[in-house]
Design a binder for this molecule. Structure first.
Ligand code: FES
Ligand SMILES: [Fe+2]
Length: 414
């Protein structure tokens, strides 16, 4: 065997078309065609909130009349950040010279100027449209004449559930879903259609991190497929308890996903139990992301059920491996998603990869994203752009878990 010397090897550039999200970049323009979540509704209280999304710095606030605005961060007067502004009934007032902007960005007061000057100068702070849904605040950063509807996927359509409350949730960086990553968005998104790493990273390398039927035992049968809204995998296995489990996990283009319950024990039969959490993998810029979710939380006596198992797991069963601040040696001995994804480089270099059969989900996902990018470039609406109000109801998603006895095993696939 001859060693392949690393001497003189040059690193190619990353795949800009899929990874760069700034204005004018192919993926940046694709992402801007969809409503993107920026924070929880409850996070807009008496102070403005500075945000960075798709390489743009913005401020989001709810004025004292209850209206929400999302404006460029730097005041149109002389650039002071509006994160230090004061929230008032009529908008946000810049701390420096008191220009007051309403939620549409119109400057309506200039207290240092003579009466009538604000009207005459007619200053507009640029910004983006805002809407709230399911406890999250969404903005639309794309071309105004292409603004779509927020697609009402079934699990975030309040009419879909008989007894549930939609809750916006951000579970901070110490949790697997409410994640923050210091790497390119695609590295986390691809992880959703990479079921093989569950068995290796989350079981063989770092011990059984889920303590469930998801990784215990032999390799599951795994298959990938495109859906009408994205890409999903199917994972199925016989369990030692005599049951058979089938899990479907789906990426919904461009940056949403739903993961079948990773805590499923497989002891109680269930037929296509729907995922109750949908998450967005939101690019902050090319090298940072955050995650935010809407959870359809079951109600008990009209109140969110405190005993709901998946929900309690979501809130409390924090894997130690998801903590950002833990000793380096511990990270080396028990690496987790954060270590695996961030160490692919700040932006993984696709040209250096050697994709194998188990990467089929990644291949399908990149292909679907590339097609969506091309659609935008060629003037077509990409996948999951919804404009028809009447069709915007309980759009079917395809993430769920079934548990049957092995003898009754059915191969239901949709
Ligand atoms: S910099 Fe904002 S009012 Fe002067
Ligand atoms: Fe993982």
């Amino acid at each position: 065997m001859t060693l392949l010397s690393a001497y003189g090897q040059q690193e190619p550039k990353e795949d800009m078309a899929l990874t760069h999200v700034g204005p004018g970049k192919p993926m940046g323009e694709l992402m801007r065609r969809y409503w993107q979540p920026v924070c929880l509704s409850e996070e807009l209280a008496d102070l403005p909130r500075r945000i960075r999304i798709l390489c743009e710095d913005l401020v989001v606030f709810r004025d004292l009349s209850g209206n929400i605005g999302c404006l460029a961060l730097h005041c149109a007067h002389r650039g002071t950040s509006l994160e230090y502004g004061r929230i008032e009934t009529g908008g946000i007032r810049c701390c420096f010279h008191g220009w007051l902007y309403d939620t549409q960005g119109q400057c309506v007061e200039m207290p240092c100027e003579a009466p009538g000057i604000a009207e005459r100068m007619n200053i507009h702070q640029p910004g983006y449209p805002v809407q709230e849904h399911g406890g999250l605040v969404f903005i639309y950063m794309g071309p105004p004449d292409r603004q779509p509807l927020l697609p009402l996927y079934d699990i975030i359509d309040p009419t879909f559930w008989e007894n549930a409350e939609l809750r916006g949730m951000r579970l901070w960086e110490d949790h697997s879903i409410g994640f923050v990553r210091d790497c390119n968005w695609l590295q986390h998104y691809e992880n959703v259609v990479d079921p093989y790493h569950l068995q290796i990273l989350h079981n063989m390398i770092s011990g059984d991190q889920f303590g469930s039927a998801v990784t215990s035992g032999d390799w599951p049968d795994i298959a990938f497929e495109e859906t009408n809204i994205g890409v999903r995998y199917r994972s199925a296995r016989d369990l030692p308890n005599g049951n058979h489990i089938v899990r479907y996990t789906e990426c919904i283009l461009p940056n949403l996903f739903m993961v079948a319950n990773i805590h499923e024990k497989g002891d109680v039969p269930k037929d296509k139990e729907k995922c109750r959490e949908i998450s967005w993998c939101v690019p902050v810029d090319d090298e940072h992301i955050f995650g935010i979710s809407i959870v359809a939380w079951p109600l008990k006596n009209g109140e969110p059920d405190p005993d709901w198992k998946a929900g309690v797991d979501t809130l409390t069963n924090i894997r130690p491996g998801n903590l950002r601040d833990r000793p380096y040696e511990e990270k080396q001995r028990w690496p987790d998603d954060m270590e695996a994804q961030e160490s692919q480089r700040a932006i993984a270099v696709h040209e250096l990869e050697n994709l194998a059969h188990s990467d089929r989900g990644i291949v399908l996902l990149r292909r679907a994203l590339r097609k969506a990018v091309l659609d935008v470039e060629e003037g077509r609406d990409p996948l999951n752009i919804v404009r028809d109000e009447t069709a915007n109801k309980a759009i079917e998603t395809h993430g769920w878990t079934s548990v049957t006895t092995i003898s009754e095993r059915s191969e239901a696939v949709a």
